[in-house]
Design a protein around this ligand. Structure first.
Ligand code: NAI
Length: 327
């Protein structure tokens, strides 16, 4: 057996944490040959609940689970980390302005970025799940100047998977028949699920599915799916969010299948007119352990205006955290 990979999960006692940890420990994220040393980071009030989860992890007797340790201190939790899943975040409370939300999250993601900078392993990969995910990733990255910027990513894979599922269902095909969908921009209601390059069973999605549905119902259905889940379940998406985090890291480490791509929030290199340095969702492939933005896709007028609107929101979030001194 190789040496264990150290995986730190923040917000480990939360609902996504509960859906995520068992799948990591069973090998679904890093593969059946990779032992995992789990680190659970929580706020002090939630450490006891994290201890309960650690007891259940032990009770599963996962052959790949090397160890479980619990922390309430970011510096210790990220020391030597290989994969950091930043799930814990401050939700928007009643009467909270956007700047309050960004400031509260800055208080979490700035010290976590600093801790990753101070102690992470050279190959560290960071996935930010906690919302506002793209801007939280930007904050963490800004405080980790010694870590290559392309190691910081934000999760839009849940949006991607939702879009794949909606399109497959509309076309009456299994999800495995859908490829080349893209989520652009922010993980928010402004995100743009783009089907103009998507394929359904070897044919262009636009030839298979009614264009009025694609341009109309499809986009809000994907963008508002999180709210629909809350409405139905009385709680936000947890198992599907955990699943998306597993998919994201799995594909980052093991590569995306040939002939298609996925979506991830990555640091923009200026591709597709997205300002450099923003953490924005793009079509991406992974090979040799790093993401590459898929280049040279034709972007029509409809797509351009949607991408621009979501990127404008990211720019305004960046300006807000700049004015708070967080980046
Ligand atoms: P939750 O409220 O059940 O759990 C959050 C956990 O984070 C709590 O246990 C809390 O104690 C912990 N926490 C808070 N501050 C912390 C800190 N500084 N260090 C370590 N832990 C800390 O929330 P849930 O449902 O697990 O969601 C977590 C986040 O994921 C939320 O921000 C949510 O909006 C976001 N999310 C993102 C999605 C995406 O697609 N990017 C999808 C679904 C949720």
């Amino acid at each position: 057996m190789p040496a264990p990979v150290t995986v730190t999960v923040t917000g480990a006692a939360g609902q996504i944490g509960y859906a995520l940890l068992f799948r990591i420990a069973s090998g679904q994220m890093l593969g059946p040959d990779t032992p995992v040393a789990l680190r659970l980071l929580e706020i002090p009030q939630a450490v006891k609940a994290a201890e309960g989860t650690a007891m259940e992890l032990a009770d599963c007797a996962f052959p790949l689970l090397d160890s479980v340790n619990i922390y309430d201190d970011a510096t210790a939790a990220f020391d030597g980390v290989n994969v950091a899943l930043l799930v814990g975040a401050r939700p928007r409370g009643a009467g909270m302005e956007r700047s309050d939300l960004l400031e509260a999250n800055g208080g979490i993601f700035k010290p976590q970025g600093e801790a990753i900078n101070a102690g992470a392993a050279d190959d560290v990969r960071v996935l930010v799940v906690g919302n506002p995910a793209n801007t939280n990733a930007l904050i963490a990255k800004s405080h980790a100047p010694d870590v290559p910027a392309d190691r910081f990513t934000a999760m839009t894979r849940l949006d991607h998977n939702r879009a794949v599922s909606q399109l497959a269902s509309k076309a009456g095909v299994p999800v495995s028949q859908v490829s080349r969908l893209t989520i652009w921009g922010n993980h928010s209601a402004t995100q743009y699920p783009d089907v103009f390059h998507a394929m359904v069973g070897g044919r262009a999605a636009t030839d298979v599915v009614d264009e009025a549905w694609l341009g109309g119902e499809f986009i809000p259905t994907v963008a508002k799916r999180g709210a629909a889940i809350i409405d139905a379940r009385g709680a936000s998406s947890a198992a599907s969010a955990a699943n998306a985090a597993i998919d994201h890291v799995h594909d980052w480490v093991h590569g995306t299948p040939g002939g298609s791509w996925t979506s991830a929030g990555v640091v923009s290199d200026g591709s597709y007119g997205v300002p450099q340095g923003l953490v924005s969702s793009f079509p991406v492939v992974s090979a040799n352990g790093s993401w590459q933005i898929v280049q040279d896709l034709e972007i029509g007028e409809f797509s351009r205006s949607r991408i621009d609107a979501s990127v404008a929101e990211l720019v305004s979030e960046r300006e807000a955290v700049q004015s708070l001194g967080l980046v």
